[in-house]
Write a new protein. Structure first.
Length: 293
């Protein structure tokens, strides 16, 4: 059984690391902000003082942080993973970052004999807690097969989508589709409110037809109540849409719906709602309908 390192114990990472700790893998963890590892240590994990120290005692190192500069710092900054990782070790990056940056980091690690897989996740905090995440993996086939048993501890649907960088590209597609799904459900729910309908009855009726979706089933209630407890932060989805819009520009195309959603989310962040669940895009639709937002 491979020794696992886990870097980044935020809302997603702490839950993912917890599943690994309970699976029996020897686990070493690190978080930039101290004080996040106590529960994991109680479950048998060891806390290290630097990413390099995690890498030095691990066969496979998972990273789950917010953005490209964070991954860069953890892998290649002072006392970073590259300072401690041995040839033959494996880095699995579960963060959501730019595909081009992913390919560059993988090449730099490969020069040191370290294997790499990009494995961004989808499913929000609920998926992390329940180990039902969907994971898109970009890696060489042999690296994917090595990573798969580890990822199966934290996720339910693990798909090898191509070489390094492909996982991040698929995650960009995922976030673009989510932008449309959340905006569509928000508009439908607000229209139902304004039309004087029983919104819960409407959701139940629609759940048996073509409009059924995870967003309709799991986020319409928040839009109706105008209450958006954390699932996946608006500010993180906005960051992800920036990656997707950049990829679209590189591909010579436009994403009008994603761009509109990004503009709405920028407004929410500016108004102090960046930490709301991304279903808070309904705030803007409610405001346009002159409902409390």
């Amino acid at each position: 059984m491979e020794r696992i390192g886990f870097l980044g114990l935020g809302t997603m990472g702490a839950a993912m690391a917890g599943h690994l700790a309970r699976s029996g893998h020897p686990l070493t963890v690190w978080n930039r902000t101290p004080g996040r590892a106590a529960e994991l240590v109680a479950q048998g994990a060891t806390e290290a003082s630097t990413p390099a120290a995690v890498a030095a005692t691990s066969d496979a190192i998972l990273v789950c942080v917010s953005d490209t500069p964070d991954v860069e710092s953890i892998l290649f900054g002072p006392d970073g993973v590259s300072d401690g990782a041995r040839a033959g070790s494996l880095v699995i990056d579960c963060s959501t970052i730019a595909p081009g940056a992913t390919r560059d980091m993988a090449a730099r690690l490969a020069a040191r004999g370290v294997e790499f897989a990009d494995a961004p996740v989808s499913g929000g905090s609920e998926g992390a807690q329940k180990a039902t995440l969907t994971i898109f993996v970009g890696a060489a086939p042999a690296v994917f097969e090595r990573a798969r048993p580890i990822l199966e501890v934290i996720g339910k649907t693990i798909t090898h989508v191509g070489p390094v960088g492909s996982g991040q590209a698929v995650k960009a597609v995922n976030q673009v589709i989510l932008a449309g799904a959340y905006l569509g459900v928000a508009e439908g729910i607000v229209l139902a409110i304004k039309a004087g309908l029983d919104v819960e009855q409407v959701v139940g009726a629609l759940s048996g037809g073509a409009a059924q979706s995870w967003v309709l089933a799991n986020r319409s209630g928040r839009m109706l109540a105008n209450d958006y407890p954390l699932g996946f932060k608006v500010e993180l989805h906005l960051k992800d849409l920036g990656i997707a819009l950049g990829l679209a520009t590189e591909s010579g195309m436009e994403l009008p719906l994603a761009a509109m959603c990004a503009e709405i989310e920028r407004g929410l962040v500016a108004a102090g709602h960046g930490a709301d669940d991304m279903s808070a895009v309904a705030r803007r639709i409610r405001a346009l309908a002159k409902l409390p937002s």
